[in-house]
Design a protein. Structure first.
Ligand code: HEM
Ligand code: HEM
Length: 181
């Protein structure tokens, strides 16, 4: 079960690049960066979209005709791309977000994000995705989707439990911090 990045590239050029960037660095904050993301995670998300476990009206038509091998090839392509270094914008939010990311919120039972996503946001293959440099707007949207249960493809429902303990403000702060990791 290995992917061939060269075979993924033509699909990226024709379909995915328009939103995620030809090199996996998207230009709009509503589309996630895929550059440097772990191949196992990308492959899982594509399969989840196709199976309807992760529901998204924009992604659904893009995965409908992908084969199992296409998905492995696309995962190989995007994971091999170099992520851009990004800067967070709001220093006050970053400081609050850093506390949550590194230490959680003991008062409300939020665990440290770093324990699963790594101290630098690099993630821990194969299960825990890279978050470093991800657009804050996208991160915030996923935290809200986990909280509402709209995103229910997380096997152990780890993120749903965590997101339900975060306030809106904490979500914003941690998303801002992540965007600059
Ligand atoms: C999400 C891959 C085409 C818009 C994702 C994710 C992956 C992915 C792996 C999940 C990222 C994550 O969890 O961090 C692909 C591939 C494509 C493709 C391989 C081509 C076959 C497109 C296109 C668009 C698009 C053409 C825009 C028209 C989105 C959006 C999300 C997303 C909006 C976030 C979905 C959500 O909120 O759950 N894509 N994508 N993608 N993609 Fe694509
Ligand atoms: C996925 C944020 C803590 C396990 C995600 C995603 C975000 C996120 C934004 C989606 C990534 C994407 O779509 O590209 C956070 C934040 C945390 C936190 C802000 C701290 C407040 C944790 C912890 C664990 C964990 C402590 C482990 C116990 C996971 C897993 C996924 C995930 C397994 C992937 C779910 C899937 O397969 O779709 N997290 N996370 N996270 N997180 Fe966390």
């Amino acid at each position: 079960e290995t992917g061939d990045a060269a075979k993924g590239q033509p699909i990226v050029d024709k379909v995915c690049g328009a939103c995620h960037g030809a090199d996996g660095n998207s230009t709009s904050p509503i589309y996630p960066n895929l550059a440097g993301q772990h191949p196992e995670y990308i492959n899982k998300q594509l399969n989840d979209f196709k199976a309807g476990l992760r529901k998204n009206a924009t992604m659904a038509p893009n995965v409908a005709n992908l084969t199992t091998q296409d998905m492995l090839n696309l995962a190989a392509y995007f994971s091999a791309q170099q992520p851009k270094v990004r800067m967070a914008k709001d220093a006050a939010l970053v400081a609050e977000g850093q506390k949550i990311y590194k230490g959680g919120n003991p008062g409300s039972g939020v665990p440290a994000c770093a324990s699963c996503h790594g101290p630098t946001g690099a993630g821990i293959p194969v299960q825990f995705p890279r978050l470093a440099g991800q657009h804050s707007k996208y991160v915030l949207s996923q935290l809200k989707n986990f909280r509402s249960g709209d995103r229910a493809n997380d096997g152990g429902k780890m993120m749903q439990v965590i997101a339900r303990k975060l306030t809106d403000h904490e979500m914003q702060a941690v998303a801002e911090y992540i965007s600059g990791l």
